[in-house]
Design a binder for this molecule. Structure first.
Ligand SMILES: Nc1ncnc2c1ncn2[C@@H]1O[C@H](COP(=O)(O)OP(=O)(O)OP(=O)(O)O)[C@@H](O)[C@H]1O
Ligand SMILES: [Mg+2]
Length: 1117
């Protein structure tokens, strides 16, 4: 489904439809009616969307305010974008035209139509500025662009004026051809101007102004310039300047003057040319001030005389004309006919007529000269073939209260433009469908050809009749012209006149007698015939043109060439109407050769106000511009057509079957192509010679594809070219490589040969050397052998001699040795004697000395290696010599005793007592009770309750008269259930006391002599039973079974008291896990058992039965 995807693709690109106010293209309007059309325009206008499309036609509403839509960013946005890609804009049309001109080599024309004030001139400037912005850049190109753009302010100053409809109304038609080279860079341009409304120079309707330049000159020129031009800065001084609207809102004449001068400079006017132009403008103003007075001559005729010659004088000075010559030209008229010259005087009216004619001619010729001069500057410098874009901005359709020849001409021109629009968009298009055999339902539209014919028909057209009337001998007046019209055009359905006898308008009072009315395509216009003949004749008395020619002013001379007496031409110059018709004809033919682009300007209101949309006014314009018909044809028709051949040629690369050649009829090729591209059938129609494409999007799709394909082709060409280039390069390299290799191999072989050669030489030289050396060796050997014999003989003799010598020496040595040995023997004997004597005395002394030394060393060593003073330190230096064994052990004991003594000497009495107590505890418990080791480190504090200091025990303290040796809280075990009750336990030398822990009340006080023994277990518990003497007073209640954390201390203290007291026996301490305790009458066995730590960490005591109390002591983990 490629077709589907392509449509989707095309839709993604379409942003014309996005965020659209109303519809951007009227073709999409649903339902299509005049009301919906107007509503859409209004809606868009209200949202400042002033542009709307009808297919490729742009409708432009005049916003009458500046909108921010002409910025450089906008230019960039629309640049190189498809027409329907973005929201409607005049830039889109300009871009489309420029791109088809550049890329498809089609000359373009941009036809801007609409009534006066609808925005044509603005539109034309926007188009030009857009094209200037997007086309090429560079110093030369920029200069051309600038000149083209700057021609506008110059022409507007001289050709535009304020009218009741438009403050900047173009009073001339302008067609500008911009020429481009093949790259699309501007080369230059040609401007054609059409019939300037020159009557405005001498007279302006109420509420209107003369051409802008007069006001600009007077407001903006410097005082100096004005003085040179002999002008005053006061509009009221000049008859030709209407006063009622000299200053126009929003128009700054002075600033515009500077703009115009600057523009003239850019366009290329020389300073003296500008001066001449200004002089002519000043001259026209001066001319208007020349007034005439009648003077009767003796022959009864009236003659005119210049009233005040000052203005005439100044004007003549300005133009370098002799005053008398001009004065005469205003008074006489010379008619020349076939060698005859007749001079008649002018009356005042004729003088004024002559003056005005001169002013009008002077100004209109100056204007034409300006256009020519601008053309000279902007013309293309090369003769190379160029492409052309024409921009037509012609005066808009005008209906004034008082319409004259100018309006007639202007409206005729607009009729022709409408005709060309109809021709190309409505008639031509529809006819083409029929011609091509495309199914088509005809759409009705109004064809204004009939009105054009009424005006321009060569036989009985209004212009032809006017010319006829003008050329006719006899009295010719505007009335005779009207009569003629009445007779000839009476039956024409678009012509209305009251004087026509058969006319149905006889009683139409809106149609005055001196007027005729034409039903133009844009409405009925009433023309007053007055001035038609004169304006058509455009007569300037020859005396005046000759006077002008005589002027000593280069520009004036140029403007009046017919004044040259040497070239007197008796033929009448062509009439204004004729000239205009001819130039319009040329223009139309020119336009028809180009691809048209339409901008249809619409005026939203008559008040030149922004935000006002007058329905009736817009509706009228929509109707006469035929926009509805345009939409209908467009909706029914096809957006694009092209003959099969160029179409196939353009797109054949998009299909494999047509690329690169299609053998067969072009139409079939196109059909194959379209089928291959899966263009939906409803998008295309095949005519007899052309293919019709309904939607521009399809065309854009084709173009897009083609663009991609061209890129691919370019890549292919590049690929092949690069391949060829690389291959050629490779072959060249290969060839070169062979040459290089050959050369190299030769060089290498040569080198190798040279190496072998030199090696051979070396080997040879070595061999030769070796042979020579061998020979030398042999020779040397022979020589040595000879020498050896001699040497051996010498050695032999030598040896013999030495042997003899040695024998003699040995003999001598032997004799000497005997002597020496004797001496040694004597010595040895003496020494042996001496040694015997020495050993007998010295041995014992040395032994003693050595032993002494060893002992001394031992003591000194011991001194420096003494162990610490701690009595428990077991260290003692090692014994150095076995014979010191006994001494060493003895010394160790002595040292230990001595240090123990030293240690003991440090003890105080209290500490001593504590240690004695500790010693006693150890004697009693060590190795017998498991609780003992934990008590060793505990100091025996005695008074744990601080009984004397604590006020709580004051009473208790006072109850005991002895010094308290131990005060602690013990648990008294209840005999009945084995539970413990805390009791204060006080021990004095005499007794022990049990008191209530809370109240301090003494519960029992037992004299110590009554305590016979104490029983404890072997385990870690703190239980002890104090057994009392049987029969004593204390024993009544039975023995005490107590438990205390300080068991060891309590019992030690009890034992000590017993040991020290003289009156008592020593306290007996039983250590056993089972003992009997006397509870009142019963003897109960207290049994200690070991329990596992699981059952808790505390000792528990339970009464098992009346004979057994079981204490379970947890084993330590
Ligand atoms: N696009 C626009 N943006 C802003 N203002 C505009 C625009 N178009 C026209 N105008 C305003 O409308 C005025 C009349 O426009 P313009 O002179 O272009 O009309 P015209 O169609 O050329 O009339 P004429 O036929 O009388 O020459 C301009 O002076 C300007 O103020
Ligand atoms: Mg204009």
């Amino acid at each position: 489904m490629q077709g589907g995807t392509t449509t989707a693709k095309m839709e993604v690109k379409t942003s014309l439809l996005d965020n659209m106010i109303g519809v951007g293209d009227m073709v999409l309007l649903e339902p299509l009616s005049e009301d919906s059309f107007l509503d859409n325009l209004k809606k868009r206008f209200d949202h400042s969307e002033i542009y709307t499309y009808i297919g490729s036609v742009v409708i432009s509403m005049n916003p009458y305010r500046s909108l921010p839509i002409y910025t450089p960013e906008k230019v960039e946005e629309y640049r190189n974008r498809n027409f329907y890609e973005l929201s409607p804009h005049i830039y889109a049309l300009a871009d489309e035209a420029y791109r088809s001109l550049r890329d498809q080599d089609k000359d373009q024309c941009i036809l801007i139509t609409g009534e006066s004030g609808a925005g044509k001139t603005e539109a034309s400037k926007l188009v030009m500025s857009y094209v200037a912005a997007v086309c090429g850049k560079g110093h030369e190109v920029n200069k051309v662009k600038e000149q083209l753009l700057q021609s506008n302010p110059v022409l507007e100053a001289f050709g535009n004026a304020k009218t009741v409809r438009n403050d900047n109304s173009s009073r001339f038609g302008k067609y500008m051809d911009i020429e481009f080279d093949f790259k699309g860079d501007p080369l230059g341009g040609v401007i054609s101007n059409y019939l300037l409304e020159k009557s405005r120079v001498v007279k302006q309707p109420r509420g209107e102004r003369n051409f802008h330049v007069f006001y600009q000159l007077l407001s903006g020129a410097s005082d100096d310039t004005l003085r040179k031009l002999k002008l005053d800065r006061d509009f009221s001084k000049y008859n030709y300047l209407s006063l009622d609207s000299a200053a126009v809102n929003g128009l700054d004449d002075a600033a515009n003057f500077r703009t115009v001068r600057n523009a003239m400079q850019i366009v290329g006017f020389m300073e003296d040319e500008v001066q001449s132009v200004l002089e002519l403008v000043a001259a026209v103003l001066k001319l208007g001030n020349i007034e005439f007075k009648p003077e009767s001559r003796c022959n009864g005729t009236d003659e005119s005389r210049v009233k005040d010659k000052n203005d005439l004088k100044e004007m003549c000075e300005l133009l370098g004309i002799e005053q008398s010559v001009l004065e005469r030209a205003f008074s006489y008229r010379t008619v020349e006919a076939k060698m005859e010259k007749v001079s008649t005087t002018l009356n005042v009216a004729q003088a004024y007529y002559a003056r005005d004619a001169l002013a009008k001619n002077l100004y209109s010729r100056l204007f034409s000269w300006l256009v020519t001069r601008i053309n000279e500057s902007i013309q293309a410098q090369t003769k190379a073939r160029h492409k052309v874009m024409g921009v037509l901005d012609i005066y808009g359709f005008e209906i004034f209260e008082d319409n004259s020849f100018e309006q007639f001409i202007i409206n005729y021109c607009n009729e022709k433009l409408q005709q060309i629009f109809i021709e190309l968009t409505l008639r031509e298009e529809q006819e083409e469908y029929v011609r091509e055999g495309i199914e088509w339902t005809n759409i009705e539209y109004f064809n204004n050809a009939i009105i054009c014919d009424l005006i321009e028909n060569n036989q009985n057209g209004i212009l032809a009749m006017l010319d006829e009337e003008c050329l006719r001998p006899g009295t010719v007046t505007d009335e005779t012209f009207l009569d003629k019209l009445n007779t000839i055009c009476a039956d024409h359905q678009h012509f209305e006149s009251r004087l026509n006898k058969n006319s149905k308008f006889l009683n139409d009072h809106s149609l005055p007698h001196n007027c005729f009315r034409i039903q133009h395509y844009a409405g009925k216009v009433l023309y007053r015939v007055e001035g038609f003949v004169d304006k058509n004749n455009d007569l300037l008395y020859r005396d005046l043109s000759q006077a002008m020619y005589k002027a000593n002013h280069s520009l004036i001379k140029q403007l009046f060439p017919e004044g040259n007496p040497a070239k007197v031409n008796l033929k009448r110059p062509p009439t204004a109407g004729f000239q205009f018709r001819a130039s319009v004809g040329t223009l139309m033919r020119n336009l028809q050769t180009k691809n048209p682009n339409y901008i249809r300007c619409i005026k939203p209101n008559d008040k030149k106000a922004s935000h006002i949309f007058t329905d009736s006014l817009v509706c009228h314009q929509v109707r006469y511009l035929g926009l509805m018909e345009n939409v209908r044809v467009r909706r029914a028709g096809y957006a694009f057509r092209q003959p099969y051949e160029p179409c196939l040629e353009r797109y054949k690369m998009l299909c494999k079957r047509t690329w690169p050649h299609w053998k067969g009829p072009a139409r079939e090729g196109v059909e194959v192509l379209m089928a291959d591209l899966q263009i939906p059938a409803e998008e295309i129609a095949y005519g007899r010679s052309k293919i019709f494409i309904r939607n521009p999007r399809t065309l854009f799709f084709l173009e897009e594809k083609r663009k991609q394909c061209l890129q691919d082709l370019a890549t292919l060409i590049q690929k092949i070219y690069r391949g060829w280039k690389c291959r050629t390069h490779f072959l060249l390299m290969k060839k070169s490589q062979i040459v290089v290799a050959a050369w190299y191999r030769r060089y290498a072989q040569q080198k190798k040969y040279r190496n072998i050669k030199s090696a051979t030489t070396v080997v040879q030289s070595y061999t030769r050397g070796w042979q020579a050396r061998k020979l030398l060796r042999e020779l040397k050997y022979q020589k040595r052998c000879e020498e050896a014999v001699t040497t051996i003989a010498a050695f032999w003799h030598g040896t013999q001699a030495r042997l003899e010598l040695r024998r003699l020496k040995q003999e001598a040595r032997n004799k000497h040795a005997v002597t020496v040995i004797w001496a040694y023997w004597q010595g040895t004997k003496v020494r042996r004697e001496y040694r015997k004597f020495f050993r007998a005395n010295a041995g014992k002394k040395i032994y003693d000395f050595t032993i002494q030394r060893i002992i001394q060393k031992y003591f000194l060593g011991l001194k420096s290696n003494m162990p610490s003073m701690s009595p428990i330190d077991k260290k003692w230096p090692a014994r150095p010599y076995g014979f010191l064994d006994g001494v060493h052990t003895e010394l160790r004991k002595i040292f230990h005793h001595w240090r123990c003594k030293k240690y003991r000497d440090q003890f105080t009495e209290e500490k001593k007592a504590v240690y004695e107590e500790k010693l006693e505890a150890s004697e009693i418990f060590k190795g017998k009770k498991a609780l003992y080791p934990s008590s060793v480190s505990q100091p025996f504090k005695g008074d744990y309750l601080e009984i004397s200091k604590n006020p709580k025990y004051q009473k208790l303290n006072s109850a005991v008269d002895e010094k308290v040796l131990l005060a602690d809280v013990v648990n008294k075990i209840n005999r009945a259930n084995g539970k413990g009750t805390p009791r204060i336990f006080l021990l004095t030398k005499k007794n022990f006391v049990l008191a209530d822990q809370k109240t301090g009340q003494v519960k029992a006080s037992i004299p110590l002599p009554d305590v016979t023994s104490v029983s404890v277990s072997t385990q870690k518990d703190g239980f002890f039973a104090l057994k009392l003497k049987e029969g004593s007073a204390s024993a009544v209640k039975g023995d005490f079974l107590l438990s205390s954390e300080h068991l060891i201390e309590i019992i030690t203290k009890l034992h000590r008291i017993g040991a020290t007291a003289a009156d008592r026996e020593k306290l007996k301490v039983d250590i056993s896990d089972e003992f009997l305790v006397q509870f009142k009458q019963d003897k109960v066995c207290v049994k200690f058992i070991q329990s596992s730590p699981k059952n808790g960490n505390s000792v528990s005591c339970k009464r098992k039965n009346n004979r057994l109390l079981e204490v379970s002591v947890p084993t330590s983990p």
